[in-house]
Design a protein around this ligand. Structure first.
Ligand code: MG
Length: 405
């Protein structure tokens, strides 16, 4: 296979998926986003640069941080903001091709099964023939092709001989395509070969007979999944796939000892009591356990990491502020709370009369409905430090779901 060392890969995935009903590049097939499959398909080829054209909110800032952290395959990729048309998006990608690279492979982000042998042949053909400005991977037309008039009548039977379907990757000379995309009509060109032709360049095709679907409608995903299954490509989730699992679960545990002269805050509610809990903040042991469960589920460490007890900011802090900040952090990481389940272990005071008020505070701070918050209390049957009334412990589990598509 020809070395791809003088070729850049440009994957175009800036579409909003109008026909698909949403961003199809992020739709999953066999548990993996299409875009990830497309990039992984090319990972064995030693391209000199890998450029990914995305909608602006995914190409920059938090959007890119979240996306690129989700799969190993995004490492080393140059993200670029796309434009309103395919031509504009390809132009943005071309602008990032490092100087001196003569060739680029332009690939649709929603074509997850590119035929690599044909791609290599296309690059070989292009590099070996100075007359050519582009070579597309194509497949023979297999259906009988007709032309309809506006009244729905078949008015022409088009001989199939010589008819081919243009797919991707399309191998191009970088300078030629740059020039072509700046020319008239380029914005309406359905692909790069057409843009090159409009600018007077010559193009060619390499045919293959494999399955190289462009995912356009939701039903195409079903066919793709059937193909993946038939070809044994459904494997146990790798570490990378586990990172893209749509759910995550976390656990939190906290304990605080009683101290005289302190307010007793529990679940964001002040409970009348002759003793409170000792701590740097307001020592709301229940909310601390919830924060730890949320942060843990999102892989963001623990409450001590984000709100250290050496930081004067959190001295006597209202733990609801800590909870709201924890929710903000997990949301920034692409997660949203789906369920909380909490147990408080205390010999005193009685917790039951306050449970509904606590649930209300938790609902306000997490955005969950009350039905999604389990809250129970138990004693320790007189045993141990809790049984002796020295303090209160709380345990929480949090279920998160991926909210970033
Ligand atoms: Mg604590």
């Amino acid at each position: 296979m020809r070395p791809f060392g003088d070729c850049a890969l440009i994957v175009v995935a800036a579409g909003e998926g109008t026909r698909f009903g949403g961003r199809k590049q992020l739709a999953r097939a066999g548990g993996k986003p299409l875009l990830v499959r497309t990039l992984e398909a090319f990972s064995s080829l030693p391209f000199a640069a890998r450029i990914l054209v995305l909608p602006a909110d995914l190409a920059e800032g938090q959007g890119w941080e979240t996306l690129s952290a989700s799969h190993e395959v995004f490492r080393g990729i140059i993200p670029v903001c796309g434009g309103a048309t395919r031509a504009q998006s390809v132009r943005s990608g071309l602008a990032q091709v490092p100087g001196g690279l003569p060739f680029a492979a332009v690939q649709d982000g929603a074509r997850p099964l590119p035929p690599l042998t044909a791609a290599a042949e296309a690059l070989e053909l292009l590099a070996g023939d100075k007359e050519l400005a582009g070579v597309a991977v194509c497949s023979p037309a297999t259906d009988a092709i007709k032309r309809l008039d506006s009244g729905g009548r078949i008015v022409a039977h088009i001989p199939r001989e010589g008819l081919i379907r243009a797919e991707t990757p399309q191998m191009v000379r970088v300078e030629a395509l740059r020039k072509a995309l700046d020319g008239p009509g380029a914005d309406q060109a359905p692909d790069d070969m057409k843009a090159l032709e409009l600018a007077g360049f010559t193009t060619a095709a390499v045919l293959h007979s494999g399955y190289n679907p462009k995912i356009t409608h939701p039903g195409d995903i079903v066919l793709l999944e059937a193909w993946l299954k038939m070809n044994g490509e459904e494997q146990p989730p790798s570490a990378g796939e586990a990172a893209s699992c749509p759910f995550s679960i976390g656990f939190g545990y906290d304990v605080h000892r009683f101290a005289p002269g302190r307010r007793l805050m529990l679940g964001g509610v002040e409970i009348e009591s002759d003793v409170g809990l000792l701590g740097h903040s307001d020592a709301d042991v229940l909310l601390h356990a919830v924060c730890d469960a949320l942060l843990g589920a999102a892989g963001l460490g623990d409450i001590g990491h984000h709100f250290p007890n050496t930081d004067a900011t959190w001295k006597d802090a209202d733990s609801r502020v800590l909870l709201r900040e924890s929710v903000r952090l997990i949301r920034n990481a692409g997660w949203a709370p789906a369920h909380l389940d909490i147990s408080v272990v205390a010999e005193r005071p009685k917790i039951a009369p306050h449970i509904e008020a606590m649930r209300g505070r938790l609902a306000e701070d997490t955005g969950l409905s009350g039905a999604r918050i389990g809250l129970k209390a138990t004693t320790n049957e007189g045993m141990g430090f809790i049984g002796r009334g020295e303090g209160i412990a709380a345990m929480a589990t949090a279920l998160l779901w991926r909210a970033d598509g």
